[in-house]
Ligand binder design. Structure first.
Ligand code: ADP
Ligand code: MG
Length: 258
């Protein structure tokens, strides 16, 4: 059994789509309060792995424990029972996920976007949800924009609304999948500094990113994915400055000069 402060414990996680084995035995750990960054080439399984962490993808074999639960299975006596859709939904409530695309409702304003899940998933009253939405929008520096329609906000602001929307659900773990890759370069920093602030507040985070500066400054650990496995992991500066594997060094060089 993983230690108590271990939020994510993956051991030998495998996942195939048909004949294609996308995860080929991923070992990965995140402790409470840690920021674990993931880098690696396109198609290496980073997004798929992230999606297994909140149960959006099931695992074929290996062991995956998130927040003390074996994802997808409950133990009853000697047997393991598969989770129902409802059980998955319950589990997912405590995990925030921010994607490359912010998928906000463009015709709703920032505050309404943040309120939606609070109203429909948590069942909060309108006034409670509104109060909390304002707090979370303040936390990401957008309180004064709360009545702007999502489509009127910049990409960076929209991504911060998406973060506020996740935070409003009181996540114990936040997953970020290349949250700044779709942004114009001048909007990247406002999102990264919002994430950095969150990290300083002690949020446990798994972040897929090619922002090496963020990984170095904010990350506690950095893992390099390639072809469905973690090739190397460790302290960010060790990996970034002094990786053991040629593949990792070559990749980092390429990202640096991209
Ligand atoms: P990364 O995020 O590192 O770019 P992904 O996890 O998105 O990699 O994808 C890993 C591999 O799995 C890719 O070859 C991709 O085409 C494949 N893949 C991802 N999702 C699916 C799916 N739903 N069905 C079939 N193949 C998929
Ligand atoms: Mg991806």
């Amino acid at each position: 059994m993983p230690a108590e402060d271990v939020i994510v414990h993956a051991e030998g996680v495998k996942k195939s789509y048909g004949e294609h084995e996308v995860l080929r035995g991923v070992d990965f750990q995140v402790r409470s309060g840690e920021v674990a960054c993931i880098i690696g080439p396109s198609g290496s399984g980073k997004s798929t792995f992230l999606r297994t962490l909140n149960g959006l993808e099931s695992v074929d074999s290996g062991s995956l424990t998130v927040m003390g639960e074996q994802v997808g299975f409950s133990r009853r006596g000697e047997d393991y029972l598969r989770w129902s859709d409802r059980r998955y939904a319950q589990f997912r409530q405590h995990i925030g996920m921010v994607f490359q695309r912010f998928n906000l409702y463009g015709h709703l304003d920032a505050e309404e976007n943040v309120m939606l899940s609070m109203r429909h998933v948590k069942g909060l009253s309108k006034s409670k949800a509104e109060k909390r939405a304002i707090e979370e929008l303040e936390r990401v520096g957008l309180a004064e924009h709360r009545h702007k329609k999502a489509h009127q906000l910049s990409g960076g602001q929209q991504q911060r609304v998406a973060i506020a929307r996740s935070l409003a659900m009181d996540p114990a773990l936040m997953l970020f999948d290349e949250p700044t890759s779709a942004l114009d370069p001048e909007l990247v920093d406002e999102v990264l500094s919002t994430m950095q602030r969150l990290a300083l507040e002690g949020m446990t985070m798994v972040v897929v990113t090619h922002e090496l500066g963020f990984a170095r400054e904010v990350g506690d650990t950095l893992a390099f994915f390639d072809q469905g496995v973690v090739v190397e992991k460790g302290a960010p500066e060790a990996l970034l400055d002094n990786a053991d594997s040629d593949r990792v060094r070559a990749f980092i060089e390429r990202v640096r000069h991209a």
